[in-house]
Design a protein around this ligand. Structure first.
Ligand code: ADP
Ligand code: MG
Length: 570
């Protein structure tokens, strides 16, 4: 049987024009459009339902992408990202939009933000380029608007496809800049271990954002470009940009100090997002971090399931167990402790902590307080007494923003002082101050960091069902997942930057349950999920091709699992 073609689709649309919406079901098929193939994977049930899911696939003989645009994973991901942006722009230009009822008229692709992430919106392979998008099949009331549909399929979609997916029609300079920027960032990140660095911030980087809700760069007139202190400056050679210089943050414990409003948190946030590559013009193209870096914060109110927080918390009132600590409503300090232990369990090597989002009593206990409330009456061992052990016992580094407590000078390897948005190396000065004014507080951390424990997740504590649906998983914005009857709050998981990541994480929670056999611990389960995604791509997470997944780390998957309120572990 030969594949249907565009005329067949047109005939079909004419035939069902004016009929009830359900008749659209007949168009689910593959169609040869000569320039490309149209694949209709899912047809919506009514004009108000989630729009239909479709793909266009262009053979490379037509698309014509030179091999060097996708010759390694960095380039391939950047090419896909670039094409998704082009496709999105082209829909703005060629798609009329709103037609009739509900979502009718929509042609939409998942739109990337400031980061260049591996997603499922565009797939590029040796022999084809594929775009996955949603399509609002038009109707008037519940009657099929066949003519409008025909316009969308036969005029708009081909125009969008040609504009976005044919190499000849793209701005080649921009495309190569995009690819080379991502490639350089990956090379730079891969060099960090040999340079003994946790992170690198290049000279000239623009770290501040347009606003608290707008992740684009602060306008260049206002932003002070980053300049490394001389003593921390490192030179690196990149394949495309050549030699660059910038500030290297070394392993161990680094403090970021300085006056309020001088740019401390902005620097820390840039490091937190240095796990991702950024688009040209973002300002953080060459700001890169250790890929396991995890920003930790206090999160009172969260649930905790049998986490061994005893390195930080002991002797709670009424003899509550902190070796396998449970809480339906954690405090600031217990939540921050759990966030650290869980991040270690999920494989972080570097913690980022900002005083702005920390529990004070988790961070510090000064001399006077030690005198007033003796250690045997205080359950918390503050982070200041554990950070050094984290590094010496486990090799875990920390970067901390601390504007309020000089006691931290005693445990710091490096001290960066932010002044007028510029970093200065204050390591020597801080040591001199610590020497001159000895801290009178007593270390309370004991001999070693303490024991980490495996947790084995219990499969049947993950119930994705809701009402009459066996699996009901949804994403309500970047920070909220509906898993069966429970909601997972990800507000405190700061390194999720895109709702497509949240969607993929939501599916991955369910996917992960296949590995929960009562034997494997959470770390092993996370590794298996990660391996499957590396081998088969993000498509492995769903039964049908889906265009709206973006890559995430196992750290964020673990964070979501740990926030599932029904979770139980053995
Ligand atoms: P801190 O944590 O030291 O109190 P923030 O990092 O929150 O300071 O920064 C304070 C303000 O300064 C923010 O509005 C931020 O956007 C802005 N800012 C940060 N870095 C720069 C910079 N390099 N140039 C211009 N403004 C900046
Ligand atoms: Mg701050």
């Amino acid at each position: 049987m030969t594949m249907k073609n565009r005329d067949d689709l047109l005939d079909l649309l004419k035939r069902i024009d004016g009929r009830g919406y359900k008749a659209y079901k007949d168009i689910k098929d593959r169609y040869d459009f000569e320039q490309f193939e149209l694949i209709i994977d899912h047809v919506q049930g009514d004009p108000f339902a989630l729009p239909s899911k479709m793909r266009v696939r262009v053979a490379q003989s037509v698309a014509g992408f030179p091999v060097d645009t996708f010759s390694n994973p960095s380039r391939q991901i950047a090419l896909c990202d670039f094409l998704a942006r082009q496709f999105h722009q082209a829909t703005g230009r060629y798609v009329k939009g709103n037609r009739g009822t509900g979502k009718g008229g929509l042609i939409g692709i998942d739109r990337p933000g400031q980061e260049i992430l591996q997603t499922t919106a565009i797939i590029v392979q040796e022999d084809f380029v594929e775009a996955r998008f949603v399509f609002g099949l038009p109707a008037f009331g519940r009657r099929i608007a066949g003519r409008d549909a025909a316009e969308m399929f036969l005029d708009e979609l081909p125009q969008v496809t040609e504009a976005a997916l044919l190499f000849t029609n793209l701005d080649h300079d921009k495309l190569y800049e995009h690819i080379k920027t991502a490639e350089d960032a990956d090379v730079l990140r891969a060099k960090l271990p040999e340079l003994n660095l946790l992170a690198f911030v290049d000279d000239g980087a623009i770290l501040p954002r347009a606003s608290g809700i707008d992740p684009r760069p602060m306008s260049s007139g206002k932003a002070v470009p980053f300049q490394s202190p001389e003593s921390m400056r490192v030179a690196v050679d990149l394949p495309n940009t050549g030699k660059i210089t910038g500030m290297g943050i070394k392993e161990g414990i680094t403090l970021i100090v300085g006056g309020g409003y001088h740019g401390k948190s902005t620097l820390l946030n840039a490091l937190a997002l240095g796990i991702y590559n950024h688009i040209p013009g973002d300002g953080r193209e060459r700001v890169v971090s250790n890929p396991t870096m995890m920003k930790i914060r206090a999160e009172d109110g969260r649930r905790i399931e049998k986490v061994a927080i005893d390195p930080f918390i002991n002797n709670l009132p009424l003899g509550q167990d902190t070796h396998a600590f449970c809480s339906e409503n954690a405090s600031g300090s217990t939540s921050q402790a759990a966030n650290i232990i869980e991040a270690l369990e999920a494989g972080t090597r570097v913690l980022l902590i900002d005083e702005d989002t920390s529990a004070t009593n988790f961070m510090i206990r000064d001399h006077r307080m030690q005198e007033l409330v003796s250690k045997d009456r205080e359950p918390i061992t503050p982070f200041i007494d554990k950070a050094r052990q984290l590094y010496t016992d486990l090799g875990i580094s920390t970067v901390l923003v601390i504007g309020g407590s000089g006691d931290y000078f005693d445990i710091a390897d490096h001290v960066i002082c932010m002044h007028d948005y510029q970093p200065q190396d204050y390591t020597e000065q801080a040591k001199a101050v610590a020497e001159k004014y000895r801290a009178e507080r007593q270390p309370e951390g004991g001999e070693s960091f303490g024991q980490l424990h495996d947790r084995i997740p219990v499969r049947n504590s993950f119930d994705p069902s809701r009402n009459n649906r066996a699996v009901k998983i949804s994403t309500n914005g970047r920070h909220s997942i509906g898993f069966g009857r429970t909601d997972i709050d990800l507000t405190a998981v700061e390194q999720i930057v895109n709702i497509s990541q949240t969607r993929a994480i939501a599916e991955a929670i369910y996917y992960a349950t296949r590995y929960m056999d009562g034997q494997k611990n959470l770390t092993q389960v996370l590794d298996l999920v990660e391996q499957d995604i590396q081998t088969h791509g993000l498509d492995v997470l769903s039964n049908e091709p889906t265009g709206n997944f973006a890559i995430f780390r196992k750290l964020e998957l673990a964070a979501a699992i740990n926030r599932l309120r029904t979770l139980t572990v053995q």
